[in-house]
Design a protein around this ligand. Structure first.
Ligand code: PLP
Length: 362
């Protein structure tokens, strides 16, 4: 028997795909996550049988038993990554090996069977190939790829499930935030992750728990929430779905260290690498919200930006707390813009890729 990573994909082409005219219309102005491509990938897992039945198939609804474990105990993980049109007309995915590795560690934390990293990458490749015409042209556009896995046992007992579905879906996207700098709310009411918890795993449950904090941010006129640590309620951790960087007047940059309560962002890691190569001093260290506000007021801090796959780098223009609002001196600032230019340049094939980050599909 061949190993799971060499599993053959059965290709079931969509019998009635979206017409080129309609597709062009949808791609031209896609609201984030609303438009989807014609196909999806599905691979099944069953205890004793392992990973099997890999298919590229027409995208469509799933049928679940009402006692499917995921609906009750939230055993679910996901990934988010992008495929880009490169300057030479090809298609490349940015660092899928890093997503495959993180998916494996998320699975381990949630007591789920790890999907072999090679199989994860092949699954993503198969979908991008099937839906290659959905990868948009244009500077801010890309194909957002969403791999995910969930417990599919029809059983109400609490235990790790014995059956899982792994799927990959995709959606053409434009810029994630409509306008330049965002205003953020520092939540003093809610925390995102505690030591020993699931903060470093990319699981749906973390997001369910963050929605009320995000609503609190909106009520206070902000775009996004910033979470503080769950022990001291002082140290900045991350946003609901993005990591955070600080830029100082001596040219150095810092970001909170990965202590187990922060999601290890691939954009975060890429920025750390690019910044070091640009000769910047880079620190991964704790930073309190009080210090942040004081440094923004004094001008010792010049910029703050959020980062993640969806928005790449997103400048933060102002911070609100219960005590009031503090402006960030530069938003967008030159450091965020320079890092963004290089990151997007590598993704688009305009800047030389010295790290093997680009994974060519076509
Ligand atoms: C996905 C995610 C990020 C960003 O990770 P990237 O790999 O850069 O997209 C940051 N925080 C949370 C909570 C996330 O789920």
């Amino acid at each position: 028997m061949s190993s799971a990573e060499d599993l053959e994909f059965k290709i079931l082409a969509h019998p009635n795909p979206t017409s080129p005219e309609r597709r062009a219309e949808l791609i031209a102005n896609p609201a984030f996550g609303r438009v989807s491509t014609d196909h999806m990938v599905m691979i099944r897992y069953k205890e004793g049988l392992g990973w099997h039945d890999a298919q590229v198939m027409p995208r469509g609804p799933l049928t679940l038993d009402p006692s499917a474990a995921v609906l009750h105990y939230a055993q679910e993980i996901f990934e988010g990554m992008k495929a880009f049109r490169t300057s030479d007309g090809g298609i490349a995915i940015f660092r899928p090996d890093a997503n495959a590795r993180r998916f494996r560690s998320s699975a381990e934390r949630m007591a789920m069977p790890p999907l072999p990293e090679k199989l994860f990458i092949r699954a993503v490749d198969e979908l991008v190939k099937a839906d290659r015409d959905w990868v948009p042209e244009g500077e801010n556009a890309s194909l957002y790829i969403r791999p995910f896995m969930f417990a599919n046992d029809a059983f109400l007992g609490v235990k790790p499930a014995s059956e899982y579905l792994f799927l990959v879906i995709a959606a053409p996207v434009g810029a994630y935030f409509s306008s330049g700098a965002v205003t953020v709310w520092v939540s003093e009411t809610y925390t995102r992750a505690a030591p020993g918890g699931t903060g470093a795993a990319k699981c749906g449950g973390n997001y369910a728990a963050s929605l009320l904090a995000q609503a609190e941010a909106k009520e206070n006129g902000c775009d996004q929430v910033v979470f503080l640590d769950a022990v001291n309620h002082r140290y900045i951790e991350e946003m609901g779905g993005m990591n955070i960087f600080f830029v100082f007047d001596d040219g150095s940059i810092s970001t909170p260290a990965l202590t187990g309560t922060i999601l290890p962002g691939i954009t975060r890691d890429s920025i750390l690498t690019i910044a070091r190569e640009k000769g910047m001093t880079v620190r991964e260290e704790p930073y309190t919200v009080d210090q942040w506000l004081a440094d923004a007021k004094s001008g010792r801090l010049t910029e703050t930006f959020a980062c993640g796959t969806a928005a790449a780098i997103s400048p933060i223009g102002a911070v609100r707390t219960k005590a009031g609002e503090v402006k960030i001196p530069q938003a967008p600032g030159p450091v965020a813009m320079s890092l963004r230019e290089t990151l997007i340049g590598v993704q688009r094939g305009r800047v030389k890729d010295t790290h093997g980050w680009e994974h060519r599909v076509v």
